[in-house]
Design a protein around this ligand. Structure first.
Ligand SMILES: *Cc1c(COP(=O)(O)O)cnc(C)c1O
Length: 241
């Protein structure tokens, strides 16, 4: 059963409260933490609810589903009479195959999962054909689990430098996923590592001026991620279940 609008509203209030608590611990401003609503576990009706609740950054982890949902939502937004015009931004948060870049690029604002130069080059090429600049995050495998996507910690700095030379990409930050675990605290070392790496890259100047974001923290571990400096949380089940 998908969650009702009321349920999503109360989930969102709770998430914002926990973000505020984590911010207070570290003297951060809640306004500096954005939520990307990851919609893979929900239906289009719930998606409309989150947009009406004011969340306009939406994420998907599968490219085909992202395309379908973006289209459906755009049609709904165009028909909608109440309220002013709303623009939503779609974020590709999951693994992106190079042969899917062309299809998905026209509907997305941002890719969180760039982990190789070949993928970066493909996005750059397709973006150039659309006369666009696409925001990207480099995904880093901070927990060093072998089955996980993301470039190695030791390769991130070099890759950031190379990606910055691609004219139709804008490197906005780094992304990581915490380890699969019941205990949110298990994610903290990975988040600390990502932040340190981010600071190293920034110190080098490899990232460029737009390099300001840390995409880390999901339903299970976002309060920890905020404590460790996340600026973008990718939240699905805590919002929709
Ligand atoms: C599914 C997914 C999320 C959201 O996961 P929840 O645990 O439902 O919050 C975030 N990031 C990525 C890359 C995902 O695939």
């Amino acid at each position: 059963m998908p969650a009702t609008r009321k349920k999503i509203e109360s989930n969102l209030a709770q998430i914002r409260e926990r973000i505020a608590q984590s911010c207070a611990k570290r003297r951060r401003r809640p306004a500096d933490v954005r939520i990307v609503a990851v919609t893979k576990s929900t239906d289009v009706e719930s998606l409309k609810s989150v947009v009406e609740l004011g969340l306009t950054e939406l994420g998907e982890s599968r490219s085909v589903q992202l395309g379908e949902r973006a289209e459906e939502l755009a049609a709904w937004l165009a028909r909608r009479r109440n309220g002013g015009p709303v623009q939503v931004n779609w974020h590709m948060v999951g693994h992106l195959q190079r042969n899917k870049v062309r299809a998905v690029l026209p509907v997305i604002a941002c890719v969180h999962s760039v982990d190789s130069l070949r993928l970066a080059e493909e996005i750059n090429l397709r973006a150039e054909k659309l006369s666009r600049v696409v925001d990207i995050f480099l995904q880093v495998n901070c927990s060093e689990e072998p089955q996980k996507s993301g470039c190695a910690v030791g390769a991130a700095q070099h890759l950031a430098g190379l990606v910055c030379t691609l004219k139709n990409l804008r490197l906005v930050g780094l992304m990581t996923m915490g380890p699969l675990s019941e205990n949110p605290e298990d994610a903290r070392p990975a988040f600390v590592r990502l932040r340190e790496l981010f600071e190293d890259i920034r110190h080098d100047g490899a990232g460029g001026a737009a390099f300001t974001q840390l995409s880390m923290g999901m339903s299970q571990d976002y309060p920890i991620a905020v404590e460790e400096g996340a600026t973008v949380l990718r939240i699905g089940s805590a919002l929709f279940e």
